[in-house]
Structures are given as structure tokens and as C-alpha cells.
Write a protein that binds this ligand. Structure first.
Ligand code: CA
Length: 295
């Protein structure tokens, strides 16, 4: 299987970044990813203030997908995530939802067991919930990997995990896909600014939907479909995701906008991805089962 090493990493999603590899649609790759802290933290005594924020959140890639053009959709099927055997959770001064009251710095390095679970102190064991924080394609102009947007990026969305498909709008020729910033676990909101940040090996199948434009990222899990929106401010992000979902239901399911709006309100969930990055990320999820029309 094709393997991309962490040495290929970059710190921007950018059209000028040279491809690390060129592949056909339908190719499965293993991405070696470095933790979002760029391997700068190794023990509880490494202060979070040591982290150089200009040198973190690297993505492995980019991958040029043959035939990908603007107006297509790139499908990234997350097949597997194997975290390293350790990770770190931090409170970084000036970062996080409670930065005024719990400013840090604080560092907690945790060992990740073979089953993916991790012990936090003597009393708490966190279950394995590996997911991808940063994943996306190149926009038409360079964007740092700490940011999120139409191209994906630092989405920190817990449903980007094994078994999920992420759909991304192709914005430049070849798509230039990259991935990094794996979390061994993270809660919705990522309130202190990190999950358990770790390096990993991520297995992803990349495919194309030709002439299939979408506005921004979408996710399909075994049970749900979702739209993912990032904006400066929670209200703006929620509105963006709702409009997208209503449009999607109109286009693909022939519903009126009023029907779609009521269905989203009655059966859908608005969930928070993260509220700590430069743009916050939300998703609107809808169960797939409602479309069968049968009881
Ligand atoms: Ca992140």
C-alpha cells in the first residue's frame, strides 16, 4: 500500500504546495501524521507555552488526484486510524474557551493502551475515540492549517473517524488533499483547545464524484448524513450549515424548502465541532433512516 511519511508535511492548504504524490481516483493510502503540536511536547514538564504556534498542525501530503477539477467532489473514506502509544492534552495560555478563568499553562501526557483507551490520573480512563482534526483540500489561495472553511481544514469534528466518508469540494486541479492533527479522543466543542493530541497512521481511500459540486464539507456515517460549516461566530456557522442542509434536501430529495426546514428542525441535530479555533465549526446531522418512508 502507498505510504506517505510525516516528512512530507506542510503548514498550509495551498495551490502552490508541490504534490507529495499523484494517484488515481480509488487509491487507498496510509498517511503517517505528526501530532498537532509538531512533536514539541513529550512530558508533563514540557510547558504548553513552549509550543510554537507558527509551527504546528502540520498535514501530511498534499496528494494530487488525477482528473480532479473544480466542480467535482473528493470523497475521503476513513478506513482506519492507529494512534501512537502516547498523546498529550494541554491548556495553552491565550487559547481555549475558559482562557480568562483557567489560563494554564498545563500539560498532561497520557499513555494510549493497545485497545486505544487511556488512563488520565488514578481515577479516570478515557475510551478510545480516534478521529481526525485537520483534513481538507487546497483552496484557491493559501490558508494556514490551523484555520477551517469551505476547503475543510482544522474542522475538529468527532464524526471524522473510521467508518465515515468525508466529502470535500474540489477547488483546484488535483484537489491537493492533506490530513493531520489526529486526536485519540476529543469531545464536541474541544473546549480547552485540545483533545488528546497524537501522531498516527491513518488509512484513507480517495475517490472522486465527477461534476458534483458541493458548497462545503459533508459527512456520511453508517447512520447519518451531515453538513459541516465553519465561520467566525457560532450563529453564522449554524445558519450556514442549516441553509446547506435545506438546499441538499431540496436538490437530492425533491422536498420544498419549508418541508426540509421542518424535517431538519424535527429530526436533525445541530452539533458543535469546535469553538476554539479562528473559525468555529458546527455540523447539522440527519438520520438516514427517515428517507425510507416506511415504518
Ligand atoms: Ca485541531
Amino acid at each position: 500500500m502507498i505510504r506517505l511519511t510525516k516528512e512530507t508535511r506542510t503548514y498550509t492548504f495551498a495551490p502552490e504546495n508541490p504534490p507529495a504524490i499523484t494517484v488515481d481516483p480509488g487509491t487507498t493510502l496510509i498517511f503517517e501524521t505528526l501530532d498537532a503540536l509538531d512533536d514539541q511536547i513529550h512530558s508533563d514538564s514540557d510547558p504548553a507555552s513552549k509550543v510554537d504556534l507558527n509551527h504546528c498542525n502540520g498535514i501530511t501530503g498534499p496528494v494530487f488526484i488525477k482528473g480532479a477539477k473544480p466542480g467535482d467532489t473528493l470523497v475521503a473514506e476513513i478506513l482506519d486510524i492507529q494512534p501512537w502509544d502516547w498523546g498529550a492534552a494541554l491548556i495553552i495560555p491565550g487559547f481555549g474557551f475558559l482562557q480568562d478563568t483557567i489560563p494554564g499553562p498545563y500539560t498532561k501526557v497520557v499513555r494510549i493502551d493497545k485497545d486505544g483507551s487511556m488512563r488520565l490520573g488514578e481515577k479516570v480512563r478515557l475510551p478510545a475515540r480516534p478521529m481526525i482534526g485537520t483534513i481538507g483540500v487546497s483552496p484557491t489561495k493559501a490558508i494556514p492549517t490551523l484555520n477551517s472553511g469551505q476547503h475543510g481544514g482544522n474542522l475538529d469534528t468527532t464524526d471524522i473517524r473510521p467508518g465515515s466518508k468525508l466529502f470535500l469540494p474540489v477547488l483546484v486541479e488535483g484537489a491537493l488533499f492533506g490530513v493531520g492533527d489526529v486526536h485519540a479522543t476529543m469531545g464536541d466543542g474541544e473546549v480547552c483547545g485540545t483533545g488528546v493530541e497524537c501522531g498516527a497512521e491513518v488509512t484513507i481511500k480517495l475517490d472522486l464524484l465527477k461534476d458534483h459540486p458541493i458548497e462545503r464539507p459533508r459527512i456520511e456515517t453508517s447512520l447519518e448524513i451531515m453538513v459541516v460549516a465553519s465561520a467566525e461566530g457560532l450563529n453564522a456557522a449554524i445558519k450556514m450549515a442549516l441553509v446547506d442542509m435545506v438546499n441538499w434536501l431540496q436538490t437530492d430529495h425533491g422536498l420544498s424548502k419549508e418541508e426540509a426546514y421542518v424535517i431538519v428542525s424535527s429530526a436533525g441535530d445541530v452539533r458543535i465541532g469546535q469553538v476554539v479555533d479562528p473559525a468555529v465549526t458546527v455540523r447539522v446531522a440527519l438520520p438516514k433512516g427517515i428517507f425510507s418512508g416506511r415504518r
